[in-house]
Design a protein around this ligand. Sequence first.
Ligand SMILES: Cc1ncc(COP(=O)(O)O)c(C=O)c1O
Length: 374
Amino acid sequence: MAFDVDRVRAAYPALADGYAYLDGAAGTQLPGTVIDAMAGAYRVGLGNSGGAFPASRRSDMITAECRRSVADLTGGRAEGVILGPNMTTLTYRLARTLATGWGPGDEVVVTRLDHDANVRPWVQAAARAGAGVRFADVQLPEGDLPLAQLAELISDRTRLVAVSAASNLIGTRPDVAGITALAHAAGALSYVDGVHATPHGPVDVAGLETLAPDKLAPAPQQVPDRFEQGTLPFADLAGVTAAVEHLASLAGPGPGTRRERILAGMAAAEAHEQGLFRVLLGGLDAMDHVTTYGKAARRTATAYFTVAGRTPREVAEHLAARKVNVWDGDNYAWELAGAFGLRDSGGAVRAGLVHYNNRSDVDRLLAAVAELAG
Ligand SMILES: Cc1ncc(COP(=O)(O)O)c(C=O)c1O
């Protein structure tokens, strides 16, 4: 079934405020079903996990359903889904745990394409363990991460390769399957950051038993619980399940398992985003006063650009006055902003498309940027 952006937009109460939400790469708005699921969880009553009474059982059911939903979203197994407050915290926890087994002579491989949350935790953990760090550089001006370079960096000293499935700054989608295959062939682990990639198209992870993270003595020993410190935000987890159901509905009602409907929905969303992105990039590249960054062949619908004679913040303020939300800065892709030479000049402007954006959002951004000529 065709992607019906008007139907999708109607599911998002926040979009009624008339703004063009092109800031989604840092977090999207919520469908009404997600808001209702979160509020509904609190209304019915929740308890902490593991108790004998119904409110506690409800929390445990919400948690179990959330793991099944994330497994369907990613193509993984529910038992492998570790829930936590955010990607940065989870990565620091895992880096600390893994690094207890590292020492001098060991190496980790990180990339300058990645968000810093998939760089610094590994760099700092390696330094504490006395292990080395090797950086994969981004090929400029395209913003690609060539597989051949990873092949040179990965060796029998490599213990872990950390790479992003998509750049949150310029959208580049590296050959993650190729990179993880190189890591595994060298006997190393791979850690893939899917934060930016997952909302933009279908995701498929191939299927932690041996790790011993810091945990409280009475906390459960089994995986995934062993990795989850403290009480989970149960109402948020109910929201995650509703969000996954929403993604499964993007291509309209259809037959099949939830996983199959998610794949169809995300493929339809990706096609919609990429169509709009061609208009957005074509419009920006046609303006003499605009410079765009990144030209990878495979990328998410994420544009990063500067405007001659204006700081990124000035451009973002100009757009905000015309009801267009965009980000300015390095967006924590600190190494990549440095590689582009933008780190000390306020970064650039990021306009990211997600499935609820429409042609009017794109046209409004292009018209507002065009006003800044000369
Ligand atoms: C690609 C990418 N990785 C990691 C992060 C960090 O995520 P969190 O804020 O959940 O720690 C972000 C945040 O936007 C991101 O875009």
